[in-house]
Design a protein around this ligand. Structure first.
Ligand SMILES: Nc1ncnc2c1ncn2[C@@H]1O[C@H](COP(=O)(O)OP(=O)(O)O)[C@@H](O)[C@H]1O
Ligand SMILES: [Mg+2]
Length: 261
């Protein structure tokens, strides 16, 4: 049984069809690379899975249990062990790092006995041990605003590790990460895999996706157009497949999103 299964997912934003009939699943202890051009629907698909908004139509199963999409939310997704690092990290940039790390899940509520100073200490430890922050030069009291994009991702990743998520979804920021930051993200994914967890990784850099994924799913204009196990396709072939899709779009003059008739 897959860890999560999305069936026949459709999503309309007014007249824009972002997804049309997507089947997408993630297995236990599987890393899935979700790839496709800008506007393909990748972020929309994972936002639905993360509880940001419901699909227009379709079903989601988590560990075989059908999700009531009217009641599903980011909080509910957290409760089910799904943690997402969104492409746009808008939330709480003015907050102190330690506050942000425990956002909406103050340790007292979850563990009963933890105090806020424990949260601070936990953050401090996590920043040192898990996230490898610049030579200890950043305090948990610093505002998230002072962090680079990669470090902000690190916070979200730290949150996923701390709360021991079963499925971590990473939607790569639009702004390029530094080489070190990319390496940290890739190491994190490998660590998840070693620990028996699952991951959905969205990145524009095929070499990165290729290096860590067990399987690739290609989205194009709101539909799944290809699905490969890593053993079935070389990095070069995967790249060629994407280039061909891109060229086909250019030939059809289909750069703008598909519209409903
Ligand atoms: N909140 C929104 N409102 C209207 N249109 C949206 C919204 N989010 C995404 N879209 C549209 O849905 C399509 C898929 O977008 P997205 O999922 O962000 O693609 P990707 O992440 O693959 O680049 C695009 O045409 C985009 O413009
Ligand atoms: Mg996106």
């Amino acid at each position: 049984m897959p860890l999560v299964e999305m069936k026949d997912i459709h999503k309309y934003f007014g007249r824009v069809v972002a997804l049309r009939g997507v089947d997408f699943s993630v297995g236990e202890n599987e890393v899935v690379g979700l790839i496709g051009d800008n506007g393909a629907g990748k972020s929309t698909l994972i936002k639905i899975l993360s509880g940001v908004f419901p699909p227009t139509k379709g079903e989601i199963f988590i560990k075989g249990q059908k999700i009531d999409l009217h009641r599903y939310s980011v909080r509910e997704a957290h409760r089910m062990g799904i943690e997402t690092v969104f492409q746009e990290q808008a939330l709480g940039v003015k907050q102190a790092i330690w506050r942000n790390l425990f956002l909406g899940r103050e340790p007292v509520n979850r563990l009963g006995f933890l105090k806020l100073d424990t949260a601070w200490n936990e953050t401090h430890r996590m920043m040192r041990e898990m996230l490898g922050f610049r030579g200890g030069g950043v305090s948990p009291d610093a505002s998230v605003r002072t962090l680079s994009g990669g470090e902000r991702q690190g916070i979200a990743i730290g949150r996923a590790m701390y709360f021991d998520a079963n499925l971590v979804i990473l939607d790569e920021p639009t702004r390029a990460l530094s080489v070190q930051e990319v390496r940290k993200v890739l190491n994190f994914i490998l660590k998840l895999k070693e620990n028996g967890k699952s991951c959905v990784y969205i990145s524009h850099t095929i070499a990165n996706v290729y290096s860590v994924s067990d399987r690739f799913v290609i989205l194009d204009r709101g539909q799944v157009v290809g699905e490969y196990l890593r053993d079935e396709i070389s990095e070069e072939e995967l790249n060629e497949t994407l280039v061909k899709l891109h060229e086909a779009r250019l030939v059809r003059g289909e750069e703008p999103p598909a519209k409903l008739n």
